[in-house]
Design a protein around this ligand. Structure first.
Ligand code: OOG
Ligand code: NI
Length: 475
């Protein structure tokens, strides 16, 4: 019996979704085609540096998807499906106070954690849970109606969950089981043709389009599938040239000449797709809904908490002080603030403890003593002498501000919320309890990887290597 190890199930699942999405959302195929052309061009022009944040083979296969669920039980169930694919909850994002528009969800992303697993296939899924008891969005009666509606549906069938448990236990599935499991899993993520209750959908839509998309229909669905590009500015222009209109901005850090950090994303709006509705008289009629859109992303350095604080401060400042009238003015302002705030090189990011790196011994033989095994040796010093090389750790997670921007660009109604009412309390611990496994903190994952690599290199060279010390006052 051929065994499909966990990573192969993940790769096959990502491919299934990509095929499904491409069939149903043709603009996605255009996005993938343009992304690949951009990646090839970028590598041809600048082949050493272009692959610094990911090999072309990984980046070509790389996708993230997004789904939205309605209840704690649904979140727990989908987390078992993801566990079967070697994807674990990482990062906690609360979008309820987000700008430009509050969204009634809290989210995490399911993704592989280890470097080797990410290299085999980096598929991840941004997963949002509706907060039905947040009074700013839903009054008591609506909450009750929502909870009743959600309790009646079953979006992850029992046999799917059984295959998932088997896959977790065996760390993979034999071919017959794998096929069945992937069929069921892909079906659970596909858009359903069940008629949508028109009145109920409209009621929720007037509060929040996202609430309607989650609690107004009988299933969940992948709402976008995002390829990765090596040069997102070039992609943006190429898509416009293909006649596919992108949203005004690239979300996240501005374009600049220094190292890319975190995540930059842009999207095209959801297209109207025909959908069956059921009216209050029970009759089915055809209408349309805009629920599936396209997005693309570029990834850069994973920032340390110190780097992340700086990023958050800068973005808040750009939001506050950048132009509201013109996207070009806002971008120019962002770029000038940005360039003054960061070092221009990766070395600078390492020196100031702003980003995470792994280390390796080069083949350059040292011409003199490296240091004493019983005293500390600066890793930076050995990098400067060419004995050690530092490779950036790429950011594998998401950004709440950008996520909110992506959500908002696809809202079909303004929505209504009452800020004077209390929000329901949520947090990473709460989410860990719901999922029944701890939600990983991205910085802990990156920090561990950096530390392990420093230890390995220290051992190899017989030295005690240390990272640059940062005095707190210089923050
Ligand atoms: C998720 C939006 C967030 C991203 O890449 O930041 C996201 C959604 O629309 O459900 O996917
Ligand atoms: Ni996305």
């Amino acid at each position: 019996m051929t065994m499909n190890p966990t990573w192969r199930l993940r790769a096959r699942f990502a491919q299934r979704l990509s095929d499904l999405y491409g069939e149903e959302v043709p603009a996605y195929n255009a996005l993938v085609k343009v992304s690949q052309a951009v990646n090839e061009k970028t590598i041809a022009e600048n082949h050493v540096d272009a692959e610094r944040f990911g090999s072309i083979s990984r980046v070509t296969a790389e996708r993230h998807g997004a789904i939205r669920v309605g209840s704690a039980i649904e979140l727990r169930q989908v987390s078992r499906v993801f566990a079967a694919l070697g994807m674990y909850p990482t990062g906690y994002y609360d979008l309820r106070d987000a700008k430009p528009a509050p969204i009634p969800v809290v989210s995490t992303a399911f993704r592989p954690l280890d470097r080797e697993q990410l290299a085999l296939n980096p598929f991840r899924v941004f997963t949002s849970l509706l907060v039905t008891d947040d009074r700013r969005f839903f009054d008591v009666a609506t909450e009750q109606q929502l909870n009743d509606f959600l309790a009646r549906r079953e979006i992850f069938p029992v046999d799917l969950l059984q295959y998932a448990e088997k896959a977790v236990e065996q760390e993979g599935l034999g071919e017959a089981d794998a096929t069945r499991f992937l069929d069921l899993a892909a079906a659970a993520f596909a858009l359903s043709d069940d008629p949508v209750d028109f009145e109920w959908y409209q009621k929720l839509n007037s509060i929040s389009s996202v609430a309607a998309d989650i609690g107004g229909v009988s299933t969940t669905h992948i709402n976008h599938l995002t390829p990765r590009v090596l040069d997102i500015d070039r992609l943006y222009d190429a898509m416009e040239a293909e006649g596919i209109h992108m949203i005004d901005d690239i979300q996240g850090p501005p374009k600049w000449d220094g190292p890319d950090v975190l995540l930059r994303q842009t999207s095209f709006k959801a297209l109207a797709e025909p959908r069956a509705f059921r009216g209050s008289d029970g009759k089915v009629f055809e209408g349309n809904l805009r629920v599936r859109f396209g997005e693309v992303e570029a990834r850069g350095l994973a920032l340390t908490p110190r780097g992340r604080d700086r990023y958050d401060d800068l973005m808040a400042r750009i939001d506050r002080e950048g132009s509201d009238d013109s996207s070009t003015e806002r971008q120019t302002y962002a770029r000038s603030v940005w360039s003054r705030a960061w070092p221009a090189t990766e070395r600078g990011f390492l020196e100031q403890n702003l980003a995470y790196f792994t280390f390796r011994v080069t083949d350059k033989l040292p011409d003199e003593d490296l240091g004493q095994s019983n005293s500390e040796t600066s890793v930076l010093d050995l990098i400067d002498r060419g004995v050690i090389a530092a490779d950036p750790i790429v950011y594998e997670d998401f950004l709440p501000r950008s996520a909110a921007g992506i959500f908002s660009s696809n809202l079909t109604s303004e929505g209504s919320i009452d800020q004077s009412l209390g929000g329901a309390s949520r947090g990473i611990e709460w989410m860990s309890q719901i999922i029944q496994v701890p939600v990983n903190v991205p910085e802990v994952v990156y920090g561990r990887e950096q530390e392990e690599s420093l230890k390995a290199v220290s051992k190899q060279l017989g030295l005690q290597l240390v990272l640059p010390e940062i005095a707190d006052a210089s923050c």
